[in-house]
Design a protein around this ligand. Structure first.
Ligand SMILES: [Zn+2]
Length: 88
């Protein structure tokens, strides 16, 4: 059933189940929401609305893209505020 050729792809997962995932921040969506990727098995996680880590599914990618857009708008607005308040 299982081909021996496909084994190497399985090793990183074995490594992770043994030593644990090595997640690194790959994207900062907002102050609180980040996307993480495991450097070994490329598993992706993200922060959900409860502040817990969850698997980065296409649905969450979509949500994060929207969050990022809102966050960037807020950043621009808050930057304008600090500029105007420093002038006044
Ligand atoms: Zn991993």
């Amino acid at each position: 059933m299982e081909k021996t050729n496909s084994k190497p792809a399985f090793i990183p997962k074995m490594y992770c189940s043994f030593f644990g995932h090595d997640f690194q921040v790959t994207k900062k969506v907002t102050w609180h929401v980040k996307e993480y990727t495991c450097s070994h098995c490329k598993k992706q996680l993200t922060t959900n609305s409860n502040g817990n880590l969850t698997e980065l599914t296409p649905k969450f990618k979509e949500i994060n893209a929207i969050l990022e857009r809102i966050h960037n708008k807020r950043m621009i607005r808050s930057q304008r505020k600090t500029i105007t308040s420093s002038i006044c």
